[in-house]
Write a protein of this length. Structure first.
Ligand code: SF4
Length: 631
C-alpha cells in the first residue's frame, strides 16, 4: 500500500478515530507500566476503599491503591493477552481453513466436518472447557480463548477459500500448473485477506471481552497480576460504595473493543485500494514464441466422456453424457449449444478443472498426448501445465485482482521452467506485445482492474502463450465484450493459432461467433454431441437442433419489426432427460422412432448427426449471412 492510500484511509472519520484510539492505547500500553507501575502497587492504609478525591480521581481499592493508575497500567497486560489469543486463533483458524484445499477430497471433508462440529458448540462453553483443561491462569486463558475462537475463524476461511476457488483466475493458475501451496499463498489467501483482517480485529475485541470475563470469574489473570477483567471483578464488589472502581475498567474494555472494531473497518478500506507503482522493466532477452510442430495426431481425443455429479436423491446425474470429440493439431473447432448443453463442462473436464464433487470417466481421454484420468493432480499439472491454455468468459474474474498482470503471466514460466523473476517478466512483456497490448512494459506493472475488458482478454490469451500450448480452450471468450472488441479478440485468436500452430477449441452459445473463427463445428445438446460438420457446410446442417440454432441468427435481411426466431421449449434437466432423443419435446419432426436414442452417424463424408430423420434440404443461408461477413 502506498502513502496516498494510507492518507486517504486516515482522512476518513472512521479511520481517524480508529487510528487515534489505537495510538492512545499503544502509547498507554508502552508507557503506563513504566510511569505508574510502582505507584499503582503502592498501598495506602489511610485511604482504603475511598471514593473519588482530588488525590485519587477514581478512588482507591480495598488496599488503598489508586484505581485510575491500575486501570492505565493494566492496558499492557489486557491488550497483550488479547492479541496473543487472537494470534493463536487466526493461525489455527487459517491452517484448518486451508487444509481442505490442500488435502485430498476425503481428508478435506473430514477436516470440514470436524470444524463444523466444533462451530456447533457455543464459543463461551468451549473457552470454559479449554480453560479447565489448560488450568487456571493467564496462560490457560490465552490458550482457551485462542482455541475456542479458531473453529469459527476456520469456517470463515473455508467459506472464503471456497468462494474464491471457483474464480477463473484460480482455474487459470491450476491449468498453468501452479502447485497447491503456491495457489493458496499467491491466489487464495491474498484475495480473502480483507474479510480475514476485518474479522481478526473484531476477534481481538471479542478476545478482550472474553479475557475480561474469564478474569472476572477468577479463571484468567491471577493475583498479584491484574488486567481489566480482574479490576472489574474487584470493583464490582464495591459498586455501591465507589461505582467508578467498576466503571473505569469496564469503559476501558469497551473503548479498546471499539478501537479494534473500527481498526478492522479502516484496514478493510485501506487494503481495498491498491497502489500503482511502476518499475523499470528488465531488459532480458525474451524467449522465442515457438510454433508447435504440425503433426497429424490429434491433440485432443475423447471417447464416451462423462461428467457426473451426486444426485440429491442418491445416484448420479450426468450433465456431460458420452461425448466423443477429436481435435487435430492446429485445428480450430467450435463447440456450440445453449446454456446447460454441457459444452463448458466438457472443456473443464478436458482441462481437469471440474469441481471436486464431479466424477469424470471416459472410454478414452488424451490431451496433448497425456491421458490425465487416474493420475495424481500434481502429475497432471506437470504434464499439462504448459500444453493446455484456458481463456475464460469473464475477463474481470480471469485474473487475480491482487497481483500485477505481468507477475501473473510470469508465474507460468517461473513454475514450469524455473525461470528467474527478470527473465519471466521480460517474457510476459513480450507476450503482451504479441497480443497487441499497447505499452506492454508499463501495462505489465498494472493491476487487472486498470485494463479494459478487451485488453484483459488479450492479456489472458498472452498468459496462455507464456509456454507453448498445443491446445487453447476459449470458453465464451467474447460474451462479455462489445461487438467491436469481440471481433478484435476473435481475430487475435485466429492470428495466435496461425502463428503458434496450437489447436483452438472455441466454446460459445453463439453459432455466428463460432462460424467466424472455426473450421469445424461440434453442436452439443443435453450433454451429448448431436452434430459435427465443417463450417462451410453449415447451410447443409442435418440435425433439427443445428438448423434451429442457425435460424435464430439474425442477418441483414432479418425483419427488425418481427421478434427474432427462438427455439421453443427449454433444454431438459440433466436429471430428467427423455428416454430417446433428448431434443424430441422441442422437435417438429419427432415421431415414434425418436423414442430410441439416436447415435452419431455419418450423413455426408465429413458430417455426422445424431438424428433418426436428418434433414437433407439445404438451408437458405450463406456463411457470410451467418457470420455477418466476418468469416
Ligand atoms: S431424432 Fe427425432 S426428435 Fe430427435 S432431432 Fe431427430 S427427428 Fe427430432
Amino acid at each position: 500500500m502506498g502513502r496516498e492510500q494510507w492518507k486517504a484511509a486516515l482522512r476518513h472519520p472512521v479511520g481517524a478515530v480508529a487510528a487515534a484510539l489505537l495510538v492512545a492505547l499503544a502509547l498507554l500500553a508502552v508507557v503506563a507500566p513504566m510511569l505508574w507501575g510502582d505507584a499503582a502497587e503502592e498501598t495506602d492504609p489511610a485511604a482504603l476503599s475511598q471514593g473519588s478525591t482530588s488525590e485519587h480521581l477514581l478512588g482507591t481499592d480495598a488496599l488503598g491503591r489508586d484505581i485510575l493508575l491500575r486501570v492505565l497500567v493494566a492496558t499492557r497486560y489486557s491488550l497483550g493477552l488479547a492479541l496473543l489469543a487472537t494470534a493463536i486463533c487466526v493461525v489455527i483458524g487459517v491452517l484448518l481453513g486451508v487444509l481442505p484445499a490442500v488435502l485430498g477430497r476425503r481428508a478435506g471433508r473430514l477436516v470440514t466436518a470436524a470444524v463444523n462440529l466444533a462451530v456447533a458448540f457455543p464459543g463461551l462453553l468451549l473457552a470454559l472447557f479449554f480453560a479447565v483443561i489448560f488450568g487456571v491462569g493467564a496462560r490457560g486463558a490465552v490458550l482457551a480463548i485462542g482455541l475456542a475462537g479458531a473453529p469459527s475463524f476456520a469456517r470463515l476461511v473455508q467459506t472464503n477459500v471456497a468462494a474464491v476457488a471457483g474464480r477463473d483466475y484460480v482455474a487459470a493458475a491450476r491449468v498453468a500448473g501452479v502447485g497447491r501451496f503456491r495457489l493458496i499463498a499467491r491466489h487464495l489467501l491474498p484475495n480473502i485477506g480483507e474479510p480475514l483482517v476485518v474479522n481478526a480485529t473484531v476477534l481481538a475485541g471479542g478476545a478482550l471481552l472474553a479475557f475480561a470475563g474469564l478474569s472476572f470469574l477468577g479463571l484468567g489473570v491471577q493475583p498479584p497480576a491484574y488486567d481489566w477483567g480482574r479490576l472489574l471483578g474487584e470493583g464490582l464488589d464495591r459498586i455501591y460504595i465507589n461505582p467508578a472502581a467498576a466503571l473505569a475498567p469496564g469503559v476501558a474494555v469497551v473503548v479498546a473493543g471499539l478501537a479494534f472494531t473500527l481498526l478492522g473497518e479502516s484496514i478493510a478500506q485501506v487494503v481495498g485500494v491498491r497502489a500503482v507503482r511502476r518499475r523499470r522493466v528488465p531488459a532480458a532477452e525474451p524467449a522465442p514464441l515457438v510454433a508447435a510442430e504440425p503433426a497429424a495426431a490429434a491433440v485432443l481425443a475423447a471417447d464416451d466422456l462423462r461428467v457426473g455429479f451426486p444426485a440429491p436423491g442418491g445416484g448420479w446425474t450426468h450433465p456431460v453424457d458420452g461425448v466423443g470429440l477429436t481435435v487435430r493439431r492446429g485445428e480450430t473447432v467450435g463447440i456450440v449449444g445453449e446454456s446447460g448443453s454441457g459444452k463448458s463442462l466438457t472443456a473443464l473436464a478436458v482441462a481437469q478443472l471440474v469441481p471436486d464433487a464431479a466424477q469424470v470417466t471416459a472410454g478414452r481421454l488424451e490431451v496433448a498426448g497425456v491421458a490425465p484420468l487416474g493420475r495424481a493432480d500434481a502429475e497432471v499439472r506437470e504434464l499439462l501445465g504448459t500444453k493446455v491454455a484456458m481463456v475464460f468468459q469473464d475477463p474481470m474474474t480471469s485474473f487475480n485482482p491482487s497481483m500485477r498482470v505481468g507477475r501473473q503471466l510470469a508465474e507460468v514460466t517461473r513454475v514450469h521452467e524455473r525461470q528467474g523473476k527478470r527473465a519471466a517478466l521480460a517474457r510476459a512483456v513480450d507476450r503482451l506485445r504479441t497480443v497487441r497490448v499497447p505499452a506492454p512494459e508499463r501495462r505489465a506493472h498494472q493491476y487487472p482492474h486498470e485494463f479494459s475488458g478487451g485488453m484483459r482478454q488479450r492479456a489472458m490469451i498472452a498468459m496462455g502463450l507464456m509456454s507453448t500450448p498445443e491446445l487453447i480452450i476459449a470458453d465464451e471468450p467474447t460474451t462479455a465484450l462489445d461487438v467491436t472488441v469481440q471481433r478484435q479478440v476473435l481475430r487475435l485468436l485466429k492470428d495466435v493459432q496461425a502463428e503458434t500452430g496450437a489447436a483452438v477449441v472455441l466454446i460459445s452459445h453463439d453459432i455466428a461467433v463460432v462460424a467466424q473463427l472455426c473450421e469445424r463445428v461440434v453442436v452439443m445438446y443435453a450433454g451429448r454431441v448431436v452434430e459435427e460438420l465443417p463450417v462451410d457446410r453449415l447451410g447443409a446442417a442435418a440435425h433439427p437442433y443445428t438448423r434451429a440454432l442457425l435460424a435464430s441468427v439474425p442477418d441483414l435481411a432479418t425483419d427488425r419489426d418481427r421478434p427474432l426466431a427462438t427455439i421453443p421449449g427449454r433444454p431438459p434437466d440433466p436429471s430428467d432427460r427423455p428416454e430417446g432423443c433428448a431434443f424430441a419435446p422441442r422437435c417438429e419432426f419427432a415421431d415414434d422412432a425418436c423414442r430410441m436414442r439416436p447415435s452419431l452417424s455419418a450423413v455426408a463424408a465429413d458430417q455426422r448427426a445424431a438424428c433418426w430423420h436428418p434433414r437433407t434440404r439445404p438451408l437458405d443461408l450463406t456463411l457470410d449471412a451467418v457470420t455477418g461477413g466476418q468469416a
